[in-house]
Design a protein. Structure first.
Length: 403
């Protein structure tokens, strides 16, 4: 058995980012950028009027005593056909390019016409050079970084990237993750268990957790039987990652490590000092394309969840070029007694309360008790050793997410 920090270090050493791929910006939401995105054009592409009004020249206003001759109209979507001459004003609509020679836009509301349809009157004092004009390239100039490498593409960055003339980006691909549930006692969760059977809840739990970040292939349920396990595990090894639940402890029917060994998967670690999740198994199938990361998670539901969050989520983050998942800090809402020789990741509910995040350890009877999972949104970390933590004490919490 190794300690948690050693297991994390070995995991970090074993996972390499997936080769990055080009993808359409609209399809890239939720993916991490593998390289900087630079603007392909100036934004805005031309000096742009931000108001409906008149394009004028500040200097010419002063010399003409504020009386300007109307010399045409530019609507959004058109380019000016001639420059603004001294003594002239040109009508511009919001979003229209401002003609050369103009250095300000005066709002319709700030102009007097005196019933004269050919001329406008504008007071030079009311006009500031540059007003209501967004100069070409002010938001981005071509070549500037729009979104740096490592960022997640969000819905709100889609419009931005497209505005800068970038239809495709380079991202880490969605990993392909196979999930195999093992256990002769399991029946499909939607059917009625026969005598001695229980519903397979880990499979659906893991598929749900992983579908947030991966393309998941559900391989279903394998009985604790060598041939059946061999067949399904072999299929799972074609993915970037194979997540197995059950059958990794030391009982007579915990056949998964042995079968993986025979399939040529190199073990990295088996059994980690933590609670829940001690039996966890991790190995890598090398010499194949893609190389496959294999996780054997213990069958008890809360162990399965905790190991998925602590190891599998971390690996998903590394596959996308990421770093360690940051654990947050939060203050305990109540006293909490911890006993044991292993660090504990206790199901808990964290919430922001003013300046500090607060965390409430939930009532939890152990790895088989998933009743608390309806409220769980993090795992509260307690180092090994018997200790009572006091209400208000600051502890580390692990979010149930990759990002
Ligand atoms: P194992 O790690 O295979 O020894 O499983 C430990 C215990 O977890 C079993 O005795 C079952 O009660 C439970 N268990 C295993 N697999 C599942 C599953 N897929 N869904 C729900 N409970 C499970
Ligand atoms: Mg089992």
């Amino acid at each position: 058995m190794i300690d948690f920090a050693t297991a994390q270090a070995q995991l970090a050493q074993s996972v390499r980012p997936l080769p990055a791929i080009p993808i359409g910006v609209r399809q890239a939401v939720g993916r991490r950028l593998a390289s900087d995105v630079r603007a392909a054009c100036d934004v805005p592409p031309f000096d742009k009027s931000m108001m409906d009004g008149y394009a004028v020249s500040h200097r010419s206003l002063a010399t003409s005593g504020g009386r300007l001759k109307l010399a045409g109209k530019i609507v959004a979507g058109q380019m000016p056909t001639r420059p603004l001459e001294p003594g002239q004003a040109i009508v511009v609509m919001t979003g229209a390019p401002v003609p050369t020679g103009a250095d300000a836009v005066v709002m319709l509301e700030h102009v007097h016409t005196d019933g004269d349809s050919d001329h406008i009157h504008v007071s030079a004092q009311e006009v500031r050079t540059g007003q209501h004009i967004l100069p070409a390239g002010q938001i981005f100039s071509a070549g500037q970084v729009v979104v740096p490498a490592g960022r997640l593409i969000t819905p709100q960055s889609v419009g931005l990237l497209l505005e800068t003339g970038v239809p495709n980006v380079t991202v880490y691909p969605l990993p392909r993750v196979a999930v195999l549930t093992t256990g002769s006692e399991l029946c499909p969760a939607e059917s009625e268990p026969g005598p001695g059977q229980i519903r397979n809840t880990n499979g659906p739990l893991l598929v749900s957790l992983l579908s947030q970040y991966a393309q998941v292939l559900d391989l279903g349920i394998a009985r604790d039987q060598r041939d059946e396990l061999t067949e399904l595990l072999r299929r799972g090894l074609d993915a970037d990652m194979l997540v197995v639940t059950g059958g990794v402890s030391t009982g007579e029917f915990d056949l998964v490590p042995g079968v993986l060994d025979r399939l040529g998967v190199t073990p990295v670690f088996h059994k980690v000092a933590l609670k829940p999740g001690k039996p966890i198994w991790f190995g890598v199938a090398e010499g194949r394309e893609p190389r496959c990361l294999v996780f054997g998670l213990p069958g008890n539901p809360v162990s399965s969840l905790a190991c998925c969050v602590l190891f599998v989520f971390q690996a998903l983050r590394y596959l996308a070029g990421g770093d360690r998942i940051p654990y947050r800090r939060a203050r305990l809402t109540t006293d909490h007694l911890i006993r044991g020789d292993r660090p504990t990741f206790w199901p808990a509910a964290a919430e922001d309360a003013g300046e500090h995040a607060m965390v409430r350890p939930l009532t939890w009877l152990g790895s088989a008790d998933q009743r608390c999972l309806a409220e769980t949104n993090c795992l509260a970390y307690f180092p090994r050793g018997d200790q009572t933590y006091g209400a208000g004490e600051s502890i580390e919490v692990v979010p149930l997410s990759v990002w």
